[in-house]
Design a protein around this ligand. Structure first.
Ligand code: SAM
Length: 346
């Protein structure tokens, strides 16, 4: 029996509209541009695309000819049509086997072929790179939600991402029960609009701990940074493993000011995934104003080294570890939302 995907019920209107806002309005003004969601599921992207086209004055007859959605099964299509009154062309044809061209391809492709259900060991086949590759090869403009990854296996995918126009972190609290950091990758829009992230926004008032989960700071292209340092480079904290912290580099002048870590005090760097027994490694680094957090780790900032050390000790306690395991997802991925749920008062 078809199991209903709980994500279909997630209300994503805000997120979808943020994504549509970053697409050049000329595509919505046009009477001819075509739109595709290759993994339309419950049709939340299609719904907003159709409603935006209507706002631009296009008739349903016109919209029905140029909005397309591919779904895995007919039940999703039936549900989406009935719930949102969609008028586009919705089909279960295999997306990746089609040789069609679309003006705008957008959506939230399936990440892996087992969903995100599998825990722990065993690698699942990643589907989203194939969706993304097809999209950039068959459309003028692409806007796609994908999991953040810097996994070595994904090297070839990362080289495609380097070509993207823009990479914007997604507020993952939209996806209830999905504890995974994601970004929206925009390609082909011809605009290099910089996303501004302000580290200071995360500072909690009257609290010297400020904390960001797997850092979204700097999820622009440069976060897929290079290994060799050159003059004028900023240091990107990349990954924390048992061997310590790995860094990458990128020209400082190309990084927005807001993305730098504080220039004073100390940061505790932690891996993005917490183990059963706690963090496999934590590293305390002195801040010098030239450093940026990568998204492959969690970071907490303190004014003094003593506080940073006390925090590292606190994170070894059962109280911290128990709370951490209650808030992280199946993969043990510590996101900002998860970190914020941990009681740090002691
Ligand atoms: C992350 S969800 C996206 C949900 C969608 N944005 C919505 O509004 O419901 C991924 C969707 O891709 C669908 N899917 C999985 N494999 C697919 C395939 N080969 N072709 C088309 N859709 C597929 C799944 O059924 C699921 O609904």
């Amino acid at each position: 029996m078809h199991k209903f995907d709980p994500r279909l019920k997630t209300n994503m209107d805000g997120l979808v509209n943020q994504i549509l806002d970053r697409i050049d309005p000329k595509y919505f003004e046009s009477k001819e541009s075509t739109f595709l969601d290759p993994s339309m599921g419950g049709g939340q992207f299609i719904k907003e695309v159709e409603s935006r086209l209507r706002e631009y004055g296009h008739s349903d007859a016109n919209i029905s000819k140029r909005v397309f959605g591919f779904a895995e099964n007919l039940l999703d299509i039936g549900w989406a049509r009935a719930t949102h009154g969609l008028v586009g062309n919705l089909t279960t044809d295999k997306y990746l086997e089609q040789d069609m061209h679309f003006t705008v391809t957008l959506g939230n492709p399936p990440f892996s072929d087992t969903g995100e259900k599998k825990q722990g060991r065993g690698r699942t086949k990643n589907l989203y790179p194939a969706f993304y590759r097809w999209a950039i090869e068959h459309s003028e403009v692409v806007a796609m939600i994908m999991p953040m990854t810097h996994n070595k296996i994904m090297t070839s995918h990362n080289s495609l991402l380097r070509e993207a126009n823009d990479i914007v972190p997604v507020d993952n609290t939209v996806f209830k029960g999905v504890n995974m950091d994601m970004w929206t990758v925009y390609a082909g829009t011809g605009r290099k609009k910089k996303f501004q992230f302000n580290w200071k926004d995360l500072m909690e008032e009257k609290n010297d701990v400020f904390f960001k989960g797997k850092l979204n700071v700097g999820t622009q292209n440069y976060m897929l940074g290079r290994e060799k340092q050159k003059r004028g480079d900023a240091t990107i904290f990349w990954k924390v493993t048992k061997q310590g912290v790995t860094v990458r580099y990128h020209p400082k002048k190309e990084i927005p000011d807001a993305w730098f870590l504080p220039s004073t005090g100390y940061c505790v760097l932690m891996p993005q995934q917490i183990q059963k027994y706690g963090w496999s490694e934590t590293v305390i680094v002195k801040m010098d104003g030239n450093q940026v957090g990568g998204n492959g780790m969690s970071i907490a900032h303190f004014e003094t080294k003593k506080d940073a050390k006390a925090f590292v000790e606190y994170m070894k306690t059962d109280s911290f570890i128990d709370q951490a395991h209650k808030v992280v997802g199946g993969q043990g991925c510590m996101t900002m939302g998860a970190l914020r749920m941990i009681d740090l008062s002691n």
